[in-house]
Write a protein that binds this ligand. Structure first.
Ligand code: FAD
Ligand code: NA7
Length: 443
């Protein structure tokens, strides 16, 4: 019997498990599946952990999410086609839920069947190599400190790429008297109440960590961008300045001459695609981009079609794109989709990569990833979902952010699955301090 290893039980790994479950429900004979996750429970980054550094077994903690994290995009854009928010919550809910609500939704879809029984928790995959036309997968049962090896026909890598921080060094860091940390270790903005905070970076983490610190009472927040500023209309107490030059004592000195006293520096400098467990010939090497190279349809490893990567793109689209990838991977594995010859594959990858390299602004990037997801969607029986509405919603969301970065999360959108419109939330985001599911769902 064909054996498939799925590495990671975050949203991507769960999409893969769900895709096989759906095929089985349709009466198809599915391969034997073993999923490995190094955490003690499922949900990937959405499974909040207070831990930073390493866990009780000496393994690096993958989690990068923090308290008070509200979705940074409309939930309608990530909705599962086969499991709507209305179905899970029994009613329409507002468009920007906090982490706990999305976590509940992700798990709702996979809890009912026997998916969980296929996952080995507390199990780190430590090596994947291709030997004699099979994959050898080595894994460590962390609780019992036991190493085992199994043979698989296919491997799906769904280990995420926002877990291993990229940590640069600036002059003066060694003698800085305050705290220096990466956003990967950020857990609770309350820690920075009354403090002068310097945030480095100009992408999603910089934007959100800076806003969180401001919202939960930081004295000042200064964001240092390296190339382009985010350029939002920041509220009083926040500003954006050009590139950190050095730290001198507790002062942050920027290249535009700006000097800021700092109690803490938070490096929102992104993450590494880091796969220390995969042999060199199978390892994806890429920065955080919308179309990583060497992946046919963004999924199948160019040099070995039995190896798949899910969710390795930079992301506008998330959960439903992961689903489209998973359904595609499943159909390749089950022989329903034939991978073309090498030159066709190369042509297809080059086409997408060269389009990606020409993208100039967020609207074009949204269009690009929507086209990519739509193309994948058409290749499998993943249920119908209105990608044109998702495209429109993403673009409106971008405009709302430019209009007012403090209020974009108070807007509501229509579901691409059921058409129902999310109600306006009872508390504007700026005043909503409690991120629990109970408070969010209460009238
Ligand atoms: P992950 O969620 O990272 O899951 C990967 C899993 O693989 C983990 O459970 C990990 O334990 C496991 N794993 C890793 N290595 C191994 C190994 N060697 N052996 C065994 N198991 C392993 N997306 C949104 O749609 N909306 C948001 O609001 C949003 N906010 C975000 C905020 C932050 C701070 C971050 C970092 C990301 C955010 N994202 C958001 C994007 C996020 O990447 C996706 O939502 C999603 O979690 C990606 O799923 P994944 O399965 O690819 O990876
Ligand atoms: P991203 O989106 O990969 O962005 C990384 C940011 O880090 C980007 O703005 C980079 O600036 C910046 N960067 C990288 N190196 C440096 C140095 N040396 N100095 C200053 N700035 C630097 O990662 P995020 O963590 O923001 O987002 C990841 C996910 O988390 C995302 O999906 C969200 O949903 C939440 P550049 O643009 O190259 O000038």
């Amino acid at each position: 019997m064909t054996k498939v290893a799925i590495i990671g039980a975050g949203p991507c790994g769960l999409s893969a498990l769900r895709s096989f479950e759906q095929a089985e429900k349709n009466g198809e004979k599915i391969p034997e599946i073993v999923c490995f996750d190094k955490q003690e429970d499922w949900g990937g980054l959405w499974n909040y952990s207070w831990r930073t550094g390493s866990d009780q077994y000496g393994d690096p903690v993958p989690n990068s999410m923090y308290r008070y994290l509200w979705s940074n995009g409309p939930k309608e854009c990530l909705e599962f086609a086969d499991y709507s928010f209305d179905e899970h919550f029994g009613k329409p809910i507002p468009s920007f839920p906090p982490r706990a609500v999305l976590y509940d939704y992700i798990l709702g879809r996979v809890k009912k069947g026997n998916i969980k029984s296929k996952i080995k928790f507390n199990t780190s995959v430590t090596n994947v190599s291709y030997v004699n036309s099979n994959f050898e997968v080595t894994y460590r049962d962390k609780k019992n400190d036991k190493i085992s090896k199994d043979i698989f026909d296919y491997v799906i890598v769904s280990t995420g790429h926002f877990s291993v921080p990229f940590i640069p060094e600036y002059p003066g860091m060694k003698s800085f008297p305050g705290r220096i940390m990466h956003s990967h270790d950020f857990r609770d903005a309350e820690e920075f109440r009354g403090k002068n905070v310097v945030v480095l970076g100009s992408s999603y983490s910089a934007e959100d960590v800076a806003l969180q610190c401001h919202k939960y009472g930081a004295k000042s927040v200064t964001i240092g961008y390296r190339h382009n500023p985010m350029g939002f209309k920041w509220p009083k107490g926040m500003k954006e300045v050009f590139h950190l030059d050095r730290l001198e004592g507790n002062k942050a000195i920027f290249k535009d001459g700006h000097v800021q006293e700092a109690d803490a520096v938070i490096l929102c400098t992104g993450y590494l695609h880091h796969f220390p467990f995969i042999s060199e010939d199978l390892k994806l090497k890429t920065g955080n981009r919308l179309y990583p190279p060497m992946l046919y349809k963004g999924v199948v490893w160019q040099n070995n079609h039995k190896l798949m990567y899910l969710g390795m793109q930079d992301q506008f689209h998330t959960f439903n794109m992961f689903d489209c990838q998973a359904w595609f991977a499943r159909d390749v594995i089950m022989g329903k989709i034939k991978v073309p010859n090498d030159s066709e594959i190369e042509k297809d990858i080059n086409k997408w990569v060269s389009m990606e390299e020409k993208l100039e602004n967020p609207e074009q990037m949204i269009d690009f990833q929507t086209e990519y997801t739509k193309e994948l969607h058409d290749l499998s029986d993943y249920p119908k979902i209105n990608f044109e509405l998702i495209r429109k919603t993403f673009k409106e969301w971008e405009h709302h952010k430019v209009e007012n970065i403090m209020t974009y999360r108070n807007k509501s959108f229509a579901s691409p699955v059921t058409g129902s419109v999310g109600p306006i939330h009872h508390t504007p985001w700026e005043e909503a301090m409690d991120d629990s599911l109970k408070t969010f769902l209460n009238k």
